[in-house]
Design a protein. Structure first.
Length: 196
């Protein structure tokens, strides 16, 4: 009964593209911190509404909201990485309902470990990084993304962190957009390659 009672609070929606209005449910008793609709609106205003042909990586997928939003807006491929099997199974269920299995990869793994060990056969046009707060993971993840050279030439990184965090941005990273809202910072960045 409690689960049903809390269902409305544990609910997100896809806000654009072919699945606009699709609801994503999650269990409020779990430690999830989904990207709010307002932040998604800001992000996709920054990126443009159409992601046709883009290859995306969704680290710390959680509810899958960002990766699913990208698929809805035409992304060619989305790779979801989430260590919680239950969360990942819920994303897989949505993907199967939408018959998009050929356009996704799933990895049930801790993101830092996955970044270290995965052999990246392709580069990504967009990487979403939304790690748990209070664990100081963001800086290491940004460094790993830079060191592994996983971004395409025009690739972008979107990341979130708690506003009070004294984040040291790795040097090759250029912040394109930043929005502070509700105690959080939402950032779009690119990697500046040194001149040859």
């Amino acid at each position: 009964m409690n689960k049903m009672k809390n269902a409305k609070k544990g609910e997100l929606r896809i806000i654009g593209g072919k699945w606009k209005g699709k609801k994503i449910y999650f269990d409020l008793s779990k430690e999830l911190r989904p990207t709010p609709d307002r932040a998604k609106e800001i992000l996709f205003n920054w990126l443009g509404q159409d992601l046709s042909g883009a290859s995306c990586l969704d680290l710390f997928s959680g509810t899958g909201a960002l990766g699913l939003e990208a698929l809805s807006r035409g992304a060619k491929k989305v790779t979801f990485v989430e260590k919680n099997k239950e969360y990942l199974e819920r994303i897989i269920k949505i993907i199967k309902e939408k018959e998009e299995e050929n356009n996704v990869n799933f990895f049930c793994d801790e993101c830092l470990s996955w970044m270290k060990n995965y052999n990246f056969p392709e580069k990504f046009d967009l990487v979403f990084v939304d790690p748990p707060f209070k664990k100081n993971l963001i800086h290491q993840l940004l460094e790993d993304i830079i060191d592994k050279e996983i971004l395409s030439e025009s690739g972008r990184i979107y990341f979130e962190f708690e506003k009070e965090l004294d984040l040291k941005v790795p040097k090759p990273l250029n912040l394109l957009k930043i929005k502070n809202m509700g105690g959080k910072s939402y950032v779009l960045a690119e990697i500046i390659c040194p001149s040859s």
